[in-house]
Write a protein that binds this ligand. Sequence first.
Ligand SMILES: [Zn+2]
Length: 431
Amino acid sequence: MQKYLLKSGTILNLFPSEVKPANIRISGGKITEVGKSLKQKANEEVIDCTGKFVMPGLVNSHTHLYSALARGMSGPQKAPVNFLEILQKIWWKLDKALDEESIYYSALVGSIEAVKYGTTTLIDHHASPNYILGSLGIIKQAMSDVGLRGILCYETTDRGGIKKRDEGLDENESFLLAHKSNPLFRGMVGAHASFTLSEDSMKKLGDMVNKYKSGIHIHVAEDKADVFDAEENYKINIVDRLVNHGVLTNKSILAHGVHLASNEISKVRKHKSWLVHNPRSNMNNRVGYAPISLFGERTALGTDGFPADMFEEGKVGFFRNQESSHQDRFARIVEMLQTGNTIISEIFGEKFGTITKGTQADLVVLDYKSPTPLSKENLIGHFIFGMNSSIVESVMINGEWVMWNHQLFGVDEEVAMKEAAKVAKKLWERM
Ligand SMILES: [Zn+2]
């Protein structure tokens, strides 16, 4: 592994806010030293960061790479009237049409864009009912071709019957087992949502979470339909259902939580599970606004299939919060962005999300020309009202450059996008 000394840059941490000039030494995939006057060592390459900011990589805490080729796809003839119809008429048609080639190109396109936006880790939630076994390996391959870090799982569901449900469970288990100590990947126990899982399926998920001391990654109360299903069919609220099956652990990720009641949120917080807020998706699907002011500190930000531009997701989340009737504090969205790094720190068992000694070297070099004074006191204002992903110039993951001066190292972006467009056309025809 190459050793680097990033000289004369300015460290920028979003939360807690920090803006300070420093040199950064990187070796063996980690930040080994941070200081004002570090001298070049033997076998060390010096990178001049004069005038640039160096920020920890951003984390997308809930997404679906499989939806990357849906962009521009024509909608159903009759527009969906509710959330269930959005799933049935769009997403469940798309995921059924996915094959080996389209899973790879969806993941490749999503990974390329993530790096360009300064996102260094994706926590993905995958579904491809007609290509389940081996699907996570294909996603891993595409992400590895770009150089991205990932936490992957398959959305176990009863949608396609027992055989496909069991394949989903098997796919999660084999990926989990094979990536217990991988430098760039981990697995989780994936599940679609309470309303597509029987008691028997929930029990099997609980057994797997318990067996591997892992966590579940599941959609929770995204729409009222999920809440009603648990009440009608199991005479229980969703969170109690998850608790009863032992899947609510301190490693579990619950996406959305739009319709969780305050007592359910308290229970999630008591179990120290993660909640992931996805503002763009929630607004687009008109499912409602999540009560983020009750969510607590273990709350992160996801894009739920939208491109992994966390600058954009952060801004949309910020403005949605500003106009909300239960408005939360100014810095809330930026705290959520930082929480993504806390999730991966706990799941990988390494330090992420700061520019300090001993932290993993997942870094973003920003070329931000500020027209006004910039300090740690007003950094959040710059992030919301000035910065955007076009200022991401170079990206390092696990101590290796994956993008330098907007140019990716692992793949030819132009070739990949042209090929993806051909694959997307075939995918849309199959739908
Ligand atoms: Zn989702």
